[in-house]
Design a binder for this molecule. Structure first.
Ligand code: FES
Length: 65
């Protein structure tokens, strides 16, 4: 089924928000299951549930500017 194209938006001082139908793959090509059509991907490198954001960026003071 084709819908709107997926989008990726940077959240200020936080994760990348991915909306839409996408297939997430690990570095070796293994599919990473997602439960939602919107996911937040860590870009601070500190999440304990990579590739997803767990909110650690806030406590770490991650800045994107
Ligand atoms: S961006 Fe949120 S934990 Fe890394």
């Amino acid at each position: 089924m084709k819908g709107r194209p997926a989008t990726i938006s940077p959240y200020p001082d936080g994760p990348l928000i991915v909306r839409g139908d996408v297939e997430l793959l690990s570095a070796d090509g293994t599919p990473i299951p997602t439960r939602r059509r919107t996911v937040a991907l860590c870009r601070c490198g500190l999440s304990s549930i990579k590739p997803f954001c767990d909110g650690t960026h806030k406590a770490a003071g991650f800045r994107t500017e």
